[in-house]
Write a protein that binds this ligand. Structure first.
Ligand SMILES: NC(=O)c1ccc[n+]([C@@H]2O[C@H](COP(=O)([O-])OP(=O)(O)OC[C@H]3O[C@@H](n4cnc5c(N)ncnc54)[C@H](OP(=O)(O)O)[C@@H]3O)[C@@H](O)[C@H]2O)c1
Length: 278
């Protein structure tokens, strides 16, 4: 059984590849830059870009299962080719906001809903992974922590339910390799609701030095975010932080239900990524 893992350079894809190898599978890893995936020697690498249909056929030849990123531009064509290649199951990395009360207001929810819709319309058997906030979002703080030992952001008391990429990957691998996941959507979170301030403290603990949270006003933080995000995405992020300012967010035990093991804590995530912040 050949399992194709798309988006090979991504945090979740790399964790999926690591776990497939641990479980004795031989994944084929696809990326726009296959040489930069960091996959161990001997792993089959292939170029695939969801916006370049000419890359689809070689990537999908002989593949029975696919772990897929939600790049909406080319997904329908990719899925058509997957159907022709005989793919039996696609596990899509979606996102929890697709289930929000007003998803059309949220650009991430719109993008992921459109990818989920394309997969349903393709007729291929599907599983949706709908994780909430990624713990890897904290990697945005690496530069200022390394350079100055500080994090500058707004809403230090805003909560999130950060999930470790290894847990998303564990659920993905179960869905790809065990029965019972076709037609199911796995909404999942980390195991606890933590404030941004507490997450920064835990990163400091992991690297063995204090990290100061320097509170910015929402306007100051918006100026920072606008350097790498578009206006609508920035609005959404600031709305999320403001809505959850001092408000714990719900957590769900999907990771434990699917894998039989509790989801990893943010403290564990910070230890696993200490080198990124040091
Ligand atoms: N951050 C969050 O809190 C959060 C929460 C829920 C869901 N999500 C979703 O999770 C995904 C990001 O996951 P991540 O953190 O693992 O990724 P990442 O580390 O940010 O890397 C981006 C990934 O997207 C892939 N990609 C981008 N354009 C592509 C294209 N044209 N064709 C094929 N692949 C393409 C890249 O593949 P290559 O560069 O290898 O080609 C890479 O794997 C996004 O869809 C995001 O909306 C994020």
């Amino acid at each position: 059984m050949t399992i194709l893992v798309t988006g090979g350079r991504g945090h979740v894809a790399r964790a999926v590849v690591a776990r497939l190898l641990e479980h004795g599978h031989e994944p084929r890893v696809a990326s726009r830059q296959p040489d930069a995936t960091g996959a161990p020697a001997g792993v089959e690498l292939v170029e695939a870009d969801l916006t370049r249909p000419e890359t689809f056929r070689a990537a999908l030849e002989g593949v029975s299962k696919v772990f897929l990123y939600a790049e909406p531009k080319g997904i329908a064509g990719f899925l058509d080719e997957a159907g022709r290649a005989g793919v039996e199951h696609v596990v899509l990395l979606s996102a929890s906001p697709v289930t929000s009360a007003d998803p059309d207001r949220n650009p991430l929810a719109r993008m992921h809903r459109s990818a989920e819709r394309a997969l349903i319309d393709s007729g291929l058997p599907w599983t949706f992974l709908r994780p909430a906030t990624f713990a890897t979002n904290a990697l945005q703080w690496t530069w200022s922590i390394r350079a100055e030992g500080v994090v500058r952001a707004a809403y230090p008391e805003a909560h999130n339910d950060a999930i470790h990429e290894a847990d998303i990957a564990e659920v993905a691998v179960r869905a790809l390799t065990e029965p019972g996941h076709v037609g199911r959507a796995h909404l999942m979170t980390g195991p606890e609701s933590l404030t941004q301030r507490r997450q920064v403290e835990l990163i400091g603990k992991a690297i063995g030095r204090e990290v100061e949270f320097v509170e910015q006003t929402p306007a100051e933080y918006r100026a920072t975010l606008d350097q790498w995000s578009n206006g609508e995405l920035t609005d959404q992020l600031l709305r999320y932080l403001s809505d959850n300012d001092g408000v714990p967010v719900p957590v769900i035990n999907t990771v434990e239900l699917v894998t039989g093991r509790p989801a990893r804590t943010f403290e564990q995530w910070a230890l696993d990524h200490a080198a990124d912040f040091s």
